[in-house]
Design a protein around this ligand. Sequence first.
Ligand code: FAD
Length: 405
Amino acid sequence: MRNHVIIIGGGPAGLALAGRLADTAARVTIVERQPIDALADPAPDGRDIALTHRSVAILKALGAWDLIPRGEIHPLRAARVLNGRSLLALTFAPDAADSDRLGHLVANHLIRRALFDALADHPRLAWQCGATVVELGARREGTRVVLDDGTQIGGDLIVGADSRFSFVRDQLGIAADCTRLGKSMLVCRVAHDMDHGGVATEWFDHGQTVALLPLGEGQSSAVLTLADGAAKQVAALSPDRLGEELTRRFHRRFGTMRVIARPHVYPLTTTWSRHFAATRAALIGDAAVGMHPVTAHGFNLGLSGVERLGGLLAAAIARGGDVGHPLLLRRFEAGHRAATLPLYRTTNMIVRLFTDERPLARATRDVAMGLGARLPPVRRAVSAMLTQHAPRGGRLRLPPLPRLR
Ligand SMILES: Cc1cc2nc3c(=O)[nH]c(=O)nc-3n(C[C@H](O)[C@H](O)[C@H](O)COP(=O)(O)OP(=O)(O)OC[C@H]3O[C@@H](n4cnc5c(N)ncnc54)[C@H](O)[C@@H]3O)c2cc1C
């Protein structure tokens, strides 16, 4: 029986896979460079994650969903996309017959905490925290991981869950397409006067992209995408000045904005690994696919990879097989690439089209918005892809769009 799985990276994807394997006969070691206290009580990082219904189902199965405080789960009733000063809004709403929401919004640190809490006392999990992987080898006979304190761990499968700048991927010799966009995303919780109605607003304005993700009553996560330097400058403003700046940049659509948590800035890089598997090794989460956050799918795709790889590993373990069997890894790779590539490509296309300031690009997006608004099947198909739900008939009534002031 060959079933020692070494997961490198204790971020949300790595923790979710550990959770998926916890009730199998596998031995699982999690290697994470942050100390265990930082996993047990992660600091807020400003990200509010839009979770699809499918992701919520996976988190429920892992026992993590019920560990998130109810008051911290916010319904995402619909999403609205705006283009420059155009009054045309493209709206994505769930099918009324199906659900009253597109998904849920939860702070990233609360998801991480819940995933950790669901695992913390598990007897078959070994934790190597506060340790960085400095070398690894994966051959047909087995795997070897070397930590910065000299510890060596032998196993049967290495899983790289160590972020979009994956060291594991580099060590395995897997190439990746990395695009540094020269832009950064500033995220910051704000209170505001106008009701958001549970609707997320994404606004591709000239020279900036702004988004508002609805949280509690009168509160949202404001998301501002600017050139790298400009985003850092805005983040350095005092809370009062930042509130004024955000109010101005949102054109007072939601009234006066007041900052209620410190801002965080994320430089934007997309990554696509040329392979998701190698000899006795697999990549999951951002290490496999590093999405642009605009379509809010990085972690959702990460969880679908966990579900796919975890299911194949659990089946192999149950029949006494080898977790590093090449056919298993090939099946994971083929399935996960087919599931992620359309969304990865579509997201990058949306970003290119909606942030291009040239006249032809502006005209093209006006046409694209018009088509989407006038042809409900097109809108439903896009909505289905974004929510990973089959499209059906019926629509929810949305609150009116706040006017530009
Ligand atoms: C602003 C923003 C908004 C987002 N919004 C959404 C959203 O709405 N919906 C959505 O689905 N996704 C969203 N995402 C994406 C989501 O946050 C990521 O996809 C997710 O966090 C990736 O998880 P991960 O576990 O793969 O990687 P990470 O969270 O990057 O974790 C990797 C872990 O590996 C550890 N590590 C790295 N190298 C080593 C090493 N050599 N040795 C040991 N440990 C190592 C790190 O310390 C870290 O803990 C957003 C991202 C951003 C930036």
